[in-house]
Design a binder for this molecule. Structure first.
Ligand code: ADP
Ligand code: TRP
Length: 323
C-alpha cells in the first residue's frame, strides 16, 4: 500500500550542464532508488538565490533541473516534482528553526565556513542555509534524504532542528536519515583527474554526438606503440568503458593481447556512450518547457497541501495559531 512506503525527499540546485560523472555518481543512483519510496524531488531555487543573482539564469536553471531528471528516467507520475519557492511554508518554518538554534551552531557549518574561507560574500541567506534545508526535509516527515557526501552535515543539522523543536514544543518532527549516494566511486575526466565542471575535463551528458566524440577522443593516453598490449587498470578510456560497454571482458582481453589500440578503444567508447545517452537526449528534446511548467505546477499543489497541514500543527504548537 502506498501509505506504507517510507518517504524520500531530495533537493537539487541547478549546477549548469551535467556531465557523465554527475550522471553515474548521482542521477543514476537516484533513478534506481526513488520508486521504492513516496518521493519528492525539490528544486532548491531559494537556496540557489544565495549565489545566483541573474534572474534569467535562475529561471533556466529551474527548468533544466526538472528536464535533466525526467530525461534520465524520473517518472513525474511516481514522484512529486516541485520547486521550493512555490511553497511558502519552507521559509516560514526555516524562520522558526532559526529562532531555536544559535549563531555559533550555524557558524560551524562546513559549507558556510568553506565559502567564507574562499573569501566569497557571506550573505545572511548562506548563513541560514542549513535551516531552510532542515525545513525542506522536516515539513514532509521525510525518512530518507539521498545526497552526496558533502551534504551529510546538513542532514545532521536537520536532525538537530527536529530535536530542538520537539524538545521545546512536543513531538512534531521525524528525524531524517541521510542516504549517501556512493558506489561508482570517482569517474575520471579526460585528463584522468576527477571529472568536474570546474576542471574543464568533462564529457557532457546531453551534448551532441560530435561533442561527445570530441571529448572522448581527447582522453589522455600514454605513448604505447600500436600493436603492443595496453594496461586496462591505468587507462582512462578503459575505466570509462566499465560504465558503458556491455562486452567488457572481451575489450579487456583485447587490451592485454594488444589487439586494440587507443584510437579504436575510444571510438568504441564514444559509440557506447552515445548509445546509452541517445534515449535520454530524445526524452529531453521531446519535453517542452510548457510540460515542465505543468509538472512543477502540479507538484506545487501536492507539496503545498502537505506542507500546509503540517504547518497548521506547528503554528498551534508555537502559539501563533489562534484561528
Ligand atoms: P562538479 O564537480 O562537476 O561541480 P557537482 O559537485 O555539482 O559536480 O556534483 C554533483 C553530484 O554529481 C555530486 O554530488 C556527485 O555525487 C556527482 N559527481 C560529480 N562529479 C563526479 C565524478 N567525477 N564521479 C562521480 N560522481 C560525481
Ligand atoms: N543543499 C543541497 C545541495 O546543495 C540541496 C538541497 C536543498 C537539499 N534542500 C535540500 C538536499 C533538502 C536534500 C534535501 O546539494
Amino acid at each position: 500500500m502506498a501509505d506504507e512506503k517510507k518517504r524520500l525527499l531530495t533537493g537539487l540546485q541547478s549546477s549548469g550542464q551535467l556531465h557523465i560523472g554527475n550522471y553515474l555518481g548521482a542521477l543514476k543512483r537516484f533513478v534506481g532508488a526513488y520508486a521504492d519510496y513516496e518521493s519528492m524531488l525539490m528544486v532548491a531555487d531559494l537556496h540557489a538565490l544565495t549565489s545566483v543573482k541573474n534572474p534569467a539564469q535562475l529561471r533556466e536553471g529551474i527548468i533544466d533541473v526538472v528536464a535533466d531528471y525526467i530525461a534520465v528516467g524520473v517518472d513525474p507520475t511516481k514522484a512529486t516534482i516541485f520547486k521550493q519557492s512555490d511553497v511558502l511554508e519552507h521559509p516560514e518554518l526555516a524562520w522558526i528553526f532559526e529562532c531555536l538554534v544559535t549563531v555559533p551552531f550555524l557558524q560551524q557549518a562546513h559549507a558556510f565556513k568553506d565559502k567564507v574561507a574562499k573569501g566569497l560574500e557571506a550573505n545572511a541567506g548562506l548563513f541560514n542555509y542549513p535551516m531552510l534545508m532542515a525545513a525542506d526535509i522536516l515539513l514532509y516527515d521525510t525518512d530518507v534524504v539521498p545526497v552526496g557526501e558533502d551534504q551529510r552535515q546538513h542532514i545532521e543539522y536537520a536532525r538537530e532542528a527536529a530535536a530542538k523543536f520537539n524538545l521545546a514544543y512536543g513531538d512534531t518532527f521525524k528525524e531524517p536519515k541521510e542516504m549517501i549516494l556512493e558506489g561508482v566511486g570517482t569517474v575520471p575526466g579526460v585528463d584522468g583527474k576527477k571529472m568536474s565542471k570546474s576542471y574543464g575535463n568533462t564529457i557532457p551528458l546531453f551534448g551532441t554526438d560530435e561533442a561527445i566524440r570530441v571529448a572522448v577522443m581527447s582522453i589522455k593516453t600514454d605513448s604505447t606503440a600500436v600493436g603492443a598490449p595496453l594496461n586496462p587498470t591505468t587507462d582512462i578510456t578503459f575505466q570509462l568503458h566499465q560504465h558503458f560497454t556491455p562486452n567488457l571482458a572481451e575489450i579487456q582481453k583485447r587490451y592485454m593481447d594488444g589487439t586494440i589500440g587507443y584510437k579504436e578503444s575510444k571510438e568504441l567508447l564514444a559509440h557506447n556512450i552515445i548509445a546509452t545517452i541517445a534515449p535520454m537526449r530524445e526524452r529531453r528534446a521531446a519535453l517542452s518547457r510548457e510540460a515542465v511548467i505543468q509538472i512543477l505546477k502540479d507538484g506545487a499543489e501536492v507539496a503545498r497541501a502537505r506542507a500546509q497541514a503540517k504547518m497548521k500543527d506547528v503554528r498551534e504548537k508555537i502559539g501563533v495559531g489562534l484561528y
